[in-house]
Write a protein that binds this ligand. Structure first.
Ligand code: PLP
Length: 475
């Protein structure tokens, strides 16, 4: 990076304000740098104080300041050149301003949140600023304030088809339906294919809101046998023999909460059972963009009966509220009707932003960032958590921590919370009638910084091995 005319004046007076901060000193300093950059107190090009001087001024070791500067560099606030010092980045997007961090609920201090399965905040806000600038000079704003025309929807369907090719799924325009995120897509899929009283099947542990959606639609959600094991053709066959089930909702890639990915052979076997039993498949693939290598979607094994669902919430940003469905034409018609009934269409402005990002490479850049973050954060987790207890994919957002017998999941959650770390208990994912596993799900992606992920993992690793605390809680 070129370091041009640096604003040295600001730096002769700047000192990080560490009052009220907690956690390791190096993190406090890096957080203070980030906040000062975001608020403009440290302008672009400003030079940070020499490390030795700052160490002396703050009464900390030189090593602490070096770690703080390295952390701030990794987080994209500043850049350094050997022998020339460390400067606020002059080019490229800067971290979001404080207010934005707060509104995204990704604070740089306070409880560490491993409960929410959201993407890491990267450059998406800066990309949005650029796209909004472009849009403001375009002649399509009036159209974006209207209901979408068929032409606009075709244009977005083409972008969606382009995006689905990234996971190996070929589709024709008439097979694509737009929704307002994956949650809405799943609701629309169930509205389009079921009637009150129908039995639908799912893995015993599954994406929790399905339970509420099924309840609201008057559907009977039946968990497949096999506990928290991977979805198997035998269990599916047995459930089909026992219940006259209409449909299976499943998460074949990076299953939540267990992180497992079904291999190609099993996908073929599931497709085979579904075909023989006349089952509709809803494949939720919101995490499917993450693994570097993955089997083809279930939709490629049973295209005539699979409603494939994804969204941009995990790969780009959850606030985009754009979801994509791919289904055989007969289902696609019913899906379009269900989308119209429940929301008319995804917000035109958001669909336009998504299509532009897919076309101009922004979506690839942002999702690459998520992949890199996931790999780095999972590597940290492997180094910190006891290996025998963890199930994880090296490229996934979340991991599944089975607790040793001295812990009950709910107690562990409460104790972790009291130490400043939020997790979700396995029971939250259990469909009625399925067993609640003694495990917790940790999502590593939501926190703004890798350093906070590391801090939270160290706390949990200590807790897992802390039989004393578990005993104390039983009283
Ligand atoms: C497995 C799974 N499916 C669907 C969704 C819904 O995503 P969206 O934000 O696109 O509605 C989520 C969000 O957490 C999820 O984890």
């Amino acid at each position: 990076m070129a370091l041009g005319n640096h604003n040295i004046v600001a730096m002769t007076i700047w000192r990080p304000d560490l009052a009220g901060r907690t956690g390791p000193k190096f993190r406090q300093i890096a957080d203070a740098i980030g906040e000062a950059v975001a608020a403009g107190r440290l302008p672009r090009g400003a030079r940070l104080p020499p490390q030795r001087e700052l160490a002396y001024g703050l009464g900390v070791s030189l090593n602490t300041v070096s770690r703080a500067y390295a952390d701030a560099t990794e987080r994209g606030f500043v850049a350094g050149e050997v022998g020339r010092g460390t400067y606020v980045r002059e080019a490229g997007p800067l971290p979001p301003p404080e207010a934005e961090i707060a509104s995204l609920a990704r604070p740089l201090a306070g409880p560490i949140d491993f409960a929410l399965n959201l993407p890491a905040p990267g450059e998406a806000a800066a990309c949005l600023a650029e796209t909004l600038r472009d849009l403001s000079g375009s002649n399509c704003l009036a159209a974006l304030l209207d209901y979408q025309t068929e032409g606009a929807l075709d244009h977005h369907a083409a972008a969606a088809a382009d995006w689905l090719r990234r996971v190996g799924l070929a589709s024709r325009g008439e097979e694509i339906v737009l929704a307002t995120g994956a949650q809405h897509a799943i609701l629309a899929a169930l509205m389009a294919t079921t009637r009150p009283g129908d039995v639908i099947l799912s893995e015993a542990l599954t994406y929790a809101p399905i339970k509420a959606i099924a309840h609201h639609l008057g559907l009977r959600l039946v968990p497949l046998a096999g506990g928290d094991g991977p979805l198997g053709p035998d269990a599916l066959e047995a459930a089909c023999a026992r219940f006259s089930a209409k449909l299976l909702y499943c998460l074949p890639t990076l299953h939540t909460p267990t992180t497992r990915t079904m291999d190609a052979e099993r996908r073929a076997a599931i497709a085979d059972v579904a075909r023989r039993r006349g089952l509709v498949l809803i494949e939720d693939d919101v995490f499917g963009f993450l693994p570097a290598e993955r089997p083809l979607p279930l939709a490629a094994f049973a295209p005539e009966r699979t409603i494939y669902v994804t969204s941009l919430s995990k790969s780009l940003a959850p606030g985009l509220r754009v979801g994509y469905l791919k289904a055989p034409a007969e289902h696609a018609r019913a899906l379009r009707a269900a989308v119209k009934l429940s929301s008319w269409m995804p917000p035109p402005l958001m669909a336009e932003i998504a299509s532009r990002w897919i076309a101009d490479g922004t979506a690839d850049r942002l999702s690459d960032f998520q992949r890199r973050e996931a790999l780095a954060r999972q590597a940290t987790a492997r180094a910190i958590l006891p290996p025998g207890l963890v199930e994880a994919d090296p490229g996934g957002f979340h991991l599944w921590l089975t607790l040793p017998p001295q812990w009950r999941a709910e107690m562990f959650r409460m104790e972790a919370q009291s130490r400043g770390v939020k997790v979700l208990v396995g029971g939250a994912f259990a469909v009625d009638g399925a067993e609640s596993p003694n495990a917790v799900r940790l999502c590593l992606s939501h926190e703004a910084s890798r350093a906070r992920v590391e801090e939270g993992l160290v706390i949990l690793a200590e807790l897992v091995g802390d039989s004393g605390a578990a005993g104390a809680n039983v009283l």
